[in-house]
Each structure stands twice: as structure tokens, then as C-alpha cells.
Design a protein around this ligand. Structure first.
Ligand code: ADP
Length: 498
């Protein structure tokens, strides 16, 4: 097995050092002195002890970010200097790409092929894309009234709190930091408690490349009654950007009301992945696999509802099941691994409970449905699982499982599938597989979701907006749309009347 041996672990020295909070340019212990453990999902072994930030630490971080925003060199440096710092950060990550990939795989569990060749390149490109934006922010002049000269300024929002999940730890940090920094904000990043390591290593590079102190603060800790909640409640924070569960999003909206801070949310999904009768079956089978098993199904835009035209159902299922059964499951550091462990024991319990719910609801397991034994028994593994004969009203078709569990729903007509695709509280993404350009565009326009893929799945680019309709959240990340999330518009009226 080509598992990365311990001696080849580039992140070994980083792992052996204490994991502190980055506040005002200094690495400090939590005021309480508390720590928590982060574990390797492939083995259940402890990887590192992490400082557990609390209220006092969030207070300090907000003060540091405020000071850096109001009085530091960040405010007065040219946008070109700001851009150069972000470019330097991207270069520094690239110089350590293998180390970051290993660290991400160790902490999150995902296959090294994905962290090295999907996550990390996207992280680097996201920083580069937003570095480019720093010098291109502009206001406008408006000819509203001859007696006035009016112009607008696009200004940073100020101190931003960014709370991210564990499924793409470093990539979510890049989606948040890139635009916030390009627009001139200062920030406090709160990584997920399950996967804090790459954000902390990123913090080291942020210091090394020369970002002024206090521009980026990183406070590790938990959500409720911990760093996350204190950040959301804090009256000194001007905006919260959050990616995570729908229920947490709702809590955050309520908790942010104190100072009516801006909030942007990217929440869950239950994407319809629709295969019409005329589709290229082999391509669609590959797309369905990518849609549900990429990142162990821990993807908010996962194609977790597979709608199959009845006329191709059996052929499609034979091919799909064959592929799913033959996926190589193993530790993420094994280069041959195609599907790794889930991120935590809690996630495995949640997934297994949904598998039981699906069976009770009358759906039939045609692949997986259990945890593997043998060498994998001590890790957080769940076999790739497929339910056949699912009805769109079942809980396994309506609730986000966030694991490698696919619900297959047959349909007869375009009208029927179009209606069912939208019968969900979520609206993050959807996909259509067909050779008929008219049907493709019709469905793309009909599905209420922020991203539609036609004859592809999980295509991403930092230039292309991403975000939700309905209960999948609001605001668009990536592209120029993220600039809206991190700037305020000010209009200035100058009286020209004599
Ligand atoms: P999951 O249940 O999959 O871990 P969450 O939405 O709970 O997803 O977590 C995403 C991020 O939100 C994590 O960084 C977590 O610590 C944080 N979080 C969870 N609950 C809260 C909360 N009440 N307030 C602020 N942050 C929270």
C-alpha cells in the first residue's frame, strides 16, 4: 500500500508544536488555558491538542482586528500592496502544497489525491483570483442632479467574523479570507473544531509573508457557548460570514441581531441530479458517483437525490452499483484510496441513523449500508451506500445526510421530475444530464437553486458565483459577487449650487 510513511510526513514538525490562537500577530494560549483534541478520522488517534478559544479570546481578537482596521498600516497601504500580500500568500501555500495536502488529509480524512489535486489548487487559485480584485474595486459617479456632484465609494465593511465547516477546511478558509482581505477588511477566522490544523498552518504563512498584525486573527474552538457563538454575538463585529448547517445558520441569524451585523450564509443542500432518457449513460454514471461520493458525501452541493428516467433505470443502476461496490475505501493517505473515512464519530452515527431511517421508510439498500470491518474498523468509515425505490417525500430524500448515501428516485415525465426536483426546502445546486439542449436549458431555468450543472457535476472556479436559494442560505461567494459581501457603498453628495 502506498500509504505515506511517517518519515515522509512533511507536516510532522508542525504537528509536534503547540497549537495556539493567532491574535494581533502573536500566537497565544487560550485565556482559560483549555485545549481540545483533533483526531485522525482514519485511525481515531489524536493528532494534536488545540487551544480552545472562549469569550475572553474572542474579545481580544475583535479588539486586535478593530485596531488593525482603524489604525494599522492595512488601512493606508495601497491596494497594490494589499494585492501583493495576497499573491505572496498564494505563492507560500503553493511552496508548501504537499505539506498542506497531507495535513488536510490527516485532519479531515479525505483522499490525498483530492486534497493535493482538488482542494489545494483551488485554494491557491482563489487567493490569486481575489488578489487581482484588490486593485479593481471602484465606485461610480452619478449624474442625478446638475446642482450636485455625486460619487460612490466602495469601502470595506470593517471587522469580519468568519465561521467555517470541516468538509473543505482550507478551501472554505480561502473562500472567506480571499475576498475579505482583497476588500480591505480585518477578520477573525473560526475554523471547525474537527479540522483546525490547516487554518493554523495558514496563519503561520500569513505572519511570514508580512500581513500587518491583527489583520487576520484565528481563534480555534467550538460553536455553541464557545468561540463561534461569542463571535456572532459580539457587538464589535460588523459582519459574519458562515458556512455550515441550516440549523446553525438559523441560530446565527438570531444571535447576530444585537448590532444588526451583516450576515451571509452558505448552508445545506439536497441537490437533484436528473438523468433524462437520452443522456450519455456512462458519463452520467460517473457524474452520479462524483455527485454523491466525492469527499465521502460531505459536500453541501452533493447530488444526493438521483432522479432516473424509468426507461434507463435498470441499465443505469447496474453500472452505478458496480462502480460503487468497487470503490477503494481506505485511509486518506493511501494514494489509491477513492473514498476515505467520514470526519468524525458523530457523523458516522448520524449517517448510520439515516441508513436505518431509509430502511424503515421502505427504501431498498442495493449497495453498502454498513461500516467496513477489518483494518478499517477503528476509523470512521461508512461504505458507499445506495438506496433504490426512494420516494421524494421520504426523510432520506428530504433531509441532508452529509455522507455517502444516495437516494435513487425513478420518474416518468419531464413535468414530474421538474416538480419533484423543487420539492425540497433547499436550493443550493442541481444537475441535468441530457443531449437535448432545450430540455437542459428548460430544467436549468426551472430548478430553484444557485448552481446548475449540465452534463457535469461539481465544476468550480473562483470566478463563478456559488450560493443558495431558499434554506440553502443567502449571499453569493466567489466571483465578483463576493465583493458585495465584503464592501459597503457610500454615496457622497457635493453641493455645486452657487
Ligand atoms: P456541523 O454540525 O456539520 O459541524 P455546524 O454548522 O454545526 O456543522 O458547524 C459549522 C461551523 O459553525 C463550525 O465552525 C462550528 O464550530 C460553528 N458553529 C456551530 N454552532 C455555532 C453557533 N451556535 N454559533 C456560532 N458558530 C457555530
Amino acid at each position: 500500500m502506498a500509504v505515506v510513511q511517517e518519515k515522509e510526513l512533511l507536516c510532522k514538525s508542525f504537528l509536534s508544536q503547540p497549537k495556539k490562537l493567532l491574535i494581533g500577530g502573536n500566537w497565544v494560549d487560550a485565556e482559560s488555558g483549555k485545549t481540545f483534541e483533533t483526531r485522525n478520522p482514519a485511525t481515531d488517534e489524536v493528532l494534536a491538542k488545540i487551544a480552545e478559544g472562549g469569550k475572553a479570546d474572542i474579545d481580544k481578537a475583535v479588539q486586535a482586528a478593530r485596531k488593525a482596521y482603524e489604525h494599522g498600516p492595512w488601512r493606508t497601504m495601497s491596494t497594490a500592496q494589499r494585492a501583493r500580500l495576497i499573491y505572496k500568500l498564494a505563492d507560500a501555500i503553493e511552496a508548501h502544497i504537499d505539506e498542506f495536502a497531507q495535513l488536510e488529509t490527516l485532519d479531515n480524512g479525505k483522499p490525498i489525491k483530492e486534497s493535493r489535486y482538488v482542494d489545494l489548487p483551488q485554494v491557491i487559485e482563489t487567493f490569486r483570483y481575489y488578489a487581482g480584485w484588490a486593485t479593481k474595486l471602484e465606485g461610480e459617479t452619478i449624474n442625478a442632479n446638475a446642482n450636485f456632484f455625486n460619487y460612490t465609494l466602495r469601502e470595506p465593511i470593517g471587522v469580519v467574523g468568519q465561521i467555517i465547516p470541516w468538509n473543505f477546511p482550507l478551501l472554505m478558509a480561502a473562500w472567506k479570507l480571499g475576498p475579505a482581505l482583497a476588500c480591505g477588511n480585518t477578520l477573525i477566522l473560526k475554523p471547525a473544531e474537527q479540522t483546525p490544523l490547516t487554518a493554523l498552518r495558514l496563519g503561520e504563512l500569513i505572519c511570514e509573508v508580512g500581513f500587518p498584525e491583527g489583520v487576520v486573527n484565528i481563534v480555534t474552538g467550538f460553536g455553541p457557548d464557545s468561540a463561534g457563538e461569542f463571535l456572532v454575538n459580539h457587538m464589535g463585529v460588523d459582519k459574519i460570514a458562515f458556512t455550515g448547517e441550516e440549523n446553525t445558520g438559523r441560530t446565527i441569524v438570531k444571535a447576530s441581531a444585537g448590532n444588526l451585523k451583516r450576515v451571509s450564509l452558505e448552508l445545506g443542500g439536497k441537490a437533484p441530479n436528473i438523468v433524462l432518457a437520452d443522456a450519455d449513460i456512462d458519463a452520467a454514471v460517473k457524474g452520479a458517483m462524483l455527485g454523491i461520493f466525492f469527499n465521502q458525501g460531505q459536500v453541501c452541493c452533493a447530488g444526493s437525490r438521483l432522479f432516473l428516467d424509468k426507461s434507463i433505470h435498470d441499465e443505469f443502476m447496474t453500472k452505478l452499483i458496480d462502480r460503487a461496490k468497487n470503490m477503494r475505501q481506505g485511509p486518506g493517505l493511501d494514494e489509491k484510496t477513492q473514498i476515505g473515512p467520514q470526519v468524525s464519530k458523530e457523523q458516522v452515527e448520524r449517517i448510520m441513523s439515516y441508513i436505518a431511517i431509509g430502511q424503515k421508510e421502505g427504501a431498498k439498500i442495493v449497495c453498502g449500508g454498513e461500516q467496513p470491518g477489518g483494518d478499517l474498523a477503528k476509523g470512521y468509515f461508512v461504505k458507499p451506500t445506495i438506496f433504490e425505490g426512494v420516494n421524494n417525500d421520504m426523510r432520506i430524500a428530504q433531509e441532508e445526510i452529509f455522507g455517502p448515501v444516495l437516494s435513487v428516485i425513478p420518474f416518468k415525465t419531464m413535468e414530474e421530475v421538474a416538480e419533484q426536483a423543487n420539492k425540497t426546502t433547499f436550493g443550493l445546486s442541481g444537475a441535468v444530464w441530457t443531449k437535448d439542449i432545450k430540455k437542459a436549458h428548460k430544467l436549468a431555468s426551472h430548478i430553484k437553486a444557485g448552481t446548475i450543472w449540465v452534463n457535469c457535476f461539481n465544476a468550480f472556479d473562483p470566478a463563478v458565483p456559488f450560493g443558495g436559494y431558499k434554506m440553502s442560505g443567502y449571499g453569493r461567494e466567489l466571483g465578483k459577487h463576493s465583493i458585495e459581501l465584503y464592501t459597503n457603498i457610500k454615496s457622497v453628495w457635493v453641493n455645486l449650487a452657487e
